[in-house]
Design a protein around this ligand. Structure first.
Ligand SMILES: [Zn+2]
Length: 282
């Protein structure tokens, strides 16, 4: 089973995770820039974080034979902090980088006017830089947040086929299904989606434009839930080809629209023996 996790925050994970992911078949990941839990107080903190997402983290992933790409944006939550406002001026510099395959995570947290501004401005950047966009839907008031996100996407004029609306569930999937946008699902241990619920959604809605991610981060989460979903699909009667489509070909198609998804040799078996990070004396 070859797996492309289209949304996982590896900065928050350990090398044990990378090793387990590689063993489970994960060969490529996209790491969206997001909120780190601790609020940042200056644009410089974002610059260092963005640099890590296109520098250090791909290097770390490479130790385990995993390709690492990033999406860059001012996230919705911190868009509310006036001290972070200048990050919007910083973002374009990163949208030119080869390792950046989309603008994201953008969207809503609490649906404030400042979030409106950051969301619309960054959708315009996606259009300007000819990149896909990753839209996070809020955890609270999800239906209204999803509907409003779809309205803003429509107003922006971006091709809906280059937008993923993420963190959907059984209710919000209905709002997005016929919009032409891609549908993202985060499989979580307790909340959001579980593998059996995801299988049921795939049965009901098919595999087209469906993206499954672990969204693993600094909270209780599990980067192997992509693999568990593939296994649950097979157990429910889906074919190997269906699983490959959802867990590999769909994310390759979606992020491939950036023109920057270099996956050459990503099908080669991972070989991380003797390839570990060299540190003096360690
Ligand atoms: Zn995320």
């Amino acid at each position: 089973m070859r797996i492309f996790d289209p949304h996982v925050h590896m900065t928050s994970r350990t090398t044990d995770d990378y090793e387990a992911m590689a063993a489970a078949g994960v060969r490529a990941v996209v790491e969206p820039s997001f909120w780190l839990g601790q609020p940042r107080t200056s644009p410089g903190s974002f610059a260092d974080y963005f640099d890590a997402l296109i520098g250090w983290e791909p290097f770390r992933a490479g130790q385990f034979g995993i390709r690492h790409f990033a999406t860059i944006a001012l996230n919705p939550k911190e868009a509310n902090d006036p001290r972070c406002r200048e990050v919007l001026e910083l973002v374009p510099r990163y949208l030119d980088k080869d390792a950046v395959v989309a603008v994201g995570e953008i969207g809503y947290d609490s649906m404030t006017p400042l979030e409106d501004l950051a969301f619309a401005a960054q959708l315009a950047l996606a259009v300007e830089y000819d990149l896909p966009a990753l839209v996070h839907t809020p955890h609270r008031d999800k239906v209204r947040g999803t509907q409003r996100s779809l309205d803003v996407v429509k107003e922006s004029g971006i091709d809906p086929g280059r937008v993923v609306i993420d963190h959907l569930n059984e209710v919000t999937v209905e709002l997005v299904r016929d919009t032409g946008c891609w549908l993202g699902f985060s499989i979580y241990p307790d909340t959001k989606m579980s593998p059996p619920r995801m299988v049921e959604l795939l049965r009901r809605h098919g595999t087209e434009r469906m993206l499954v991610n672990s969204a693993a981060d600094w909270g209780r989460s599990d980067p192997l839930l992509t693999r568990r979903t593939g296994e649950a699909m097979l157990a429910a009667g889906f074919s190997d080809d269906d699983v490959d489509r959802v867990l590999w070909r769909n994310p390759v198609e979606f992020y491939g629209a950036s023109g920057r998804l270099d996956l050459s040799d990503a099908d080669a078996p991972a070989d991380f023996a003797g390839n570990s990070i060299k540190r003096g004396g360690a």
